[in-house]
Write a protein that binds this ligand. Structure first.
Ligand SMILES: [Zn+2]
Length: 327
């Protein structure tokens, strides 16, 4: 499938025309006067990437748009360059511009779960383009500093912070990375101000640097985010989000009762949206059927018994889910 035809899916007008309107169960149970917030628009960028827009504040989560072919796992029909993990992979600036300009409002914040390339790889370009405040680990900050992003844009956090901004607040939650490589993955490396980094960096220099989750509070919505298929259960106790972005790639299957524990500790949220389930090494528009069958379908089936009152919404690349106010 040629890239040109894929590009036509993401023209700004096309994106906004593809809104999927959802009327939620909870809306019917709340009296109209109790709803004081705004509708929240959630656009799936693929991987763990989202645009969250409540009309006042625009927040990006792990906005990875380039979907480069790197480190294996691409598609033979994809004729783009095939990069190694030691190569510098340039951002697809034309595609990023088209998607972000299509929001029609300035980007205020970028929240980064961890610093791997499929989460942070496009952020040097996006942070410079938008001037948005970036909230992430010190490793995230050091990578962006290496790219020349100004200090006043970079908020380094470790988990436990709860920051109030105008019209938006965010609680930072200590996280844990997916148990990759059959649970043998464990990377304790971190970057700090003594690390000698010179941009541009290759994917293997985008180290994890620790993992985070966020409780992103908008007017009328609280969204619990995930950027990995893992979580520290005790850190989520007492959190009751309206929307759970649930990391559901296959690596979760090596964890003890992952789906059950995640839904229980978060109080069986009214809306659950799977994230980080796709093959991010192919462009938008390529079939995701294999990952849908492997990841989404079993999760959706399991949710019927684990959390039958949750509405599970299957996200589609570059389509927008509109949630009416929940609080
Ligand atoms: Zn990662």
């Amino acid at each position: 499938m040629p890239c040109q035809s894929i590009g036509s899916r993401v023209l700004p007008g096309t994106v906004s025309a593809r809104f999927l309107i959802l009327f939620l169960l909870a809306l019917a149970t709340l009296p109209a006067h109790a709803q004081t917030g705004h509708a929240l628009k959630m656009t799936y960028l693929g991987t763990a990437g989202w645009i969250l827009d409540d009309g006042n504040v625009v927040v990006l989560l792990d906005p990875y748009i380039t979907r480069a072919k790197y480190g294996g796992g691409g598609h033979p029909d994809d004729k783009r360059p095939d990069y190694g993990r030691g190569d510098v992979v340039p951002p697809d600036t034309e595609l990023i511009d088209r998607i972000l300009d299509g929001i029609g409002a300035p980007v205020d914040f970028i929240l980064i779960h961890h610093s791997h390339f499929d989460h942070l790889g496009d952020v040097p370009y996006i942070a410079r383009k938008t001037g948005a405040k970036v909230i992430g680990t010190e490793t995230t900050k050091m990578i962006l500093r290496a790219y020349g992003i100004p200090e006043e844009q970079l908020y380094a956090v470790g988990g436990g912070e709860d920051y109030q901004f105008d019209d938006f607040s965010v609680r930072v939650i200590p996280g844990i990375h997916s148990a990759l490589n059959e649970k043998l993955y464990h990377d304790t490396r971190r970057y700090d101000r003594t690390t000698d980094l010179s941009a541009p960096l290759s994917p293997n220099q985008f180290i994890e640097g620790g993992s985070l989750q966020f409780l992103a509070r908008f007017s009328g919505h609280e969204v619990l985010t995930m950027g990995s298929m893992n979580f520290v259960e005790r850190e989520l106790e007492g959190i009751r989000p309206d929307v759970l972005l649930a990391g559901i790639n296959g690596s979760r299957l090596g964890l003890y009762n992952y789906d059950e524990r995640l839904l229980r500790v978060t109080g069986y949220p009214p809306v659950v949206i799977p994230t980080h389930w796709d093959n991010f090494r192919v462009p938008y528009g390529y079939s995701q059927e294999a990952n849908i069958e492997r990841n989404l379908v079993p999760f959706e089936e399991g949710m019927k018994t684990i959390s039958p009152r949750s509405r599970v919404v299957r996200p589609v690349h570059l389509e927008t889910i509109v949630l009416e106010p929940m609080r």
